[in-house]
Design a protein around this ligand. Structure first.
Ligand code: ADP
Length: 394
């Protein structure tokens, strides 16, 4: 047995899980929240339901990783750092360079840093955490697992925008997509559940959490996805607008007397989506049962945009064998699933209301007769990361 840590570093958080491999059992997991803010929260879950929890100021990712490693020893989760053979790091932007997960050397790390232009909130934090791991755990093999890799199989016809091609040639302006590790994981699980090789299936995977992305998968490969050059594109999300007419930016900036484009992009990233429409909350749990007409409108628009993407992917794939729901809303919100699927009966999708009561378990939720199967698959990006580490370090 060896131990592998899967790391998911965000701009102000660090989520992690330690697996025993190849058994794939979870030994411990945790999260550091509010890094760089007062009263950061440091949590470790381990053993038989034990929890270690502290609130203190954690200034940066360097301190967060140091504290994590110290506590792993102090709580007897590991006896020495040498036990951690591999560390898998989620990296948001891999551009066109990284078509698969890869063992990190200096050249890879520098490339991850140079891709910060594509993910300014994420790549720098992730690169920083990798550097801390290299320093503190010199014997551990670090592996990068990119959100974008799974989507590098998209054909040109789907990843190019309808703008002068020279901007793609010069600046790599194209659709990259996101949530790739999640789409890849749930597609593989779905093939198992359907008892067919993934190469024989057409799937539409719906990752519906705070961020939302819908992906069309054929022969196990992503051929189109709803997020774009950045994760701002696609459907309506918790705080993100999703697709809009770009002319609106100039018009609105003039009306709002805004001169900085970044301010406008920030409005679309952080103040729009469910939050912007409802003016109440970005969290689906606050809106689903809320009788306020704006809350209900937000919920309807949210479902509508997802349904439209699924509809368009029926066209992209020329039909589909299954639709898969995953992530916070996809896994837990039966009403949202009902809203989305009820408008797709013409395509041969029918939910079984009883089966659709399920929450966060792997199960088929369509009727026996439904031409297109509808599946619930809890995502597990950390496990996918640990598997990639295992594969590459063997
Ligand atoms: P993130 O993209 O931040 O990882 P998650 O996948 O955790 O997001 O999803 C968060 C969303 O899931 C929130 O909108 C939350 O309200 C929603 N959610 C979680 N549990 C439920 C539930 N039982 N019913 C409805 N929505 C839920």
């Amino acid at each position: 047995m060896s131990k592998t840590i899967a790391i998911n570093a965000g701009s102000s958080s660090l989520k992690w899980q330690i697996f025993a491999m190849p058994e794939e059992t979870i030994i411990a997991k945790g999260i550091v929240e509010r890094i760089g803010l007062p009263e950061s929260i440091f949590t470790i879950k381990y053993g038989n339901g034990e929890v270690y929890n502290r609130v203190l100021d954690i200034l940066d990712h360097d301190i967060a990783v140091n504290m994590l490693l110290e506590q792993l020893i102090a709580l007897n989760i590991i006896r020495s750092f040498d036990e951690i053979k591999g560390a898998g790091h989620r990296v948001v932007a891999g551009g066109e360079t990284f078509q698969d997960s890869i063992i990190i050397d200096q050249a890879v790390l520098e490339k991850i840093e140079s891709l910060a232009e594509f993910a300014p909130l994420h790549n720098p934090a992730e690169a920083k955490v990798i550097r801390v791991f290299e320093r503190l755990l010199p014997k551990t093999t670090n592996v990068a697992v990119f959100d974008t890799s799974f989507h590098t199989t998209m054909p040109e016809v789907n990843y190019l925008y309808s703008i002068p091609t020279e901007y793609y040639d010069k600046y790599k302006v194209r659709k990259y997509g996101a949530h790739g590790t999640s789409h890849r994981y749930v597609a593989l699980r779905a093939a198992k559940m359907l008892g067919k090789p993934i190469e024989e299936l057409k799937l539409i995977t719906c990752h519906i959490g705070n961020g939302v992305s819908i992906t069309a998968i054929e022969n196990g490969k992503s051929i189109d996805t709803s997020m774009g050059f950045t994760p701002l594109a696609g459907t309506t999300m918790g705080t993100r607008s999703g697709d809009i007419d770009p002319s609106l930016l100039a018009y609105l900036m003039e009306k709002l007397e805004m001169t900085d484009m970044n301010e406008m992009i920030d409005l679309l990233n952080r103040k729009s989506g469910l939050l912007g429409i409802s003016q109440i909350s970005s969290d689906m749990r606050d809106l689903e049962e809320n009788p306020d007409p704006k809350a209900q409108l937000a919920v309807q628009i949210f479902a509508d945009r997802i349904r439209k993407y699924i509809g368009s992917y029926f066209a992209t794939l020329n039909g589909a064998d299954a639709i898969i729901f995953t992530a916070g809303i996809g896994e837990n919100d039966r009403k949202m699933r009902q809203r989305i699927i009820s408008g797709l009966s013409w395509f041969g999708c029918e939910l079984d209301p009883q089966r659709n009561e399920a929450q966060a378990v792997e199960t088929i939720i369509s009727t026996e007769d439904s031409k297109v199967k509808v599946l619930l698959v809890p995502t597990d990006e950390e496990l996918m990361i640990a598997r990639d580490v295992e594969k590459l370090t063997k």
